[in-house]
Ligand binder design. Structure first.
Ligand code: DQA
Length: 149
């Protein structure tokens, strides 16, 4: 099983950006946590982060052609603005879990909209970095059940 962990704008600045919201651990720490978890679970993970909307769309399309089984996706600010990213996720029909480090439901009004949510099989918010590993576990179960049925 191959899972793509996709992160949107400013996620590469974890540990520096608003630590009171996102914590003091870095993007590298996040990748190490996910890689160790994936290894434990016996799944292959690929990572991609971009600050650019079109690059994220390109990567989602690439995932389709390279046979990615599931996507863990934190679109960051593009969650609240991007129809193009939502369309890309919908279009490839790869099971995708939307992840947010912070509890977006308790934040500003403009964060209450998620264009991508309707294209995702699950949303995990406010669990910090653990949200990513929970998303991997969810996808392992989800894809396993889909393959059985
Ligand atoms: C975020 C929440 C978004 O509203 C914000 O723009 C981010 C990070 C999160 O992980 O909590 O950049 O997706």
């Amino acid at each position: 099983m191959k899972i793509l962990v996709l992160n949107g704008p400013n996620i590469n600045m974890l540990g520096i950006r608003e630590p009171e919201i996102y914590g003091s651990d870095s993007y590298k720490d996040l990748l190490e946590l996910i890689a160790a978890h994936a290894q434990d679970k016996g799944v292959a993970v690929e990572f991609y982060q971009s600050n650019h909307e079109g690059s994220l769309v390109d990567e989602i399309q690439k995932a389709y052609f390279s046979g990615v089984d599931g996507i863990v996706f934190n679109p960051a600010a593009y969650t609240h603005t991007s129809v193009a990213i939502a369309d890309a996720v919908k279009g490839v029909v790869i099971p995708t879990v939307e992840v947010h480090i912070s509890e977006v439901s308790e934040r500003e009004d403009f964060r209450q909209v998620s264009y991508v949510r309707a294209a995702c099989v699950k949303t995990i918010c406010g669990h910090g970095f653990a949200g990513y590993t929970e998303a991997i576990d969810y996808l392992i179960r989800y894809i396993g059940e889909k393959n059985e049925g």
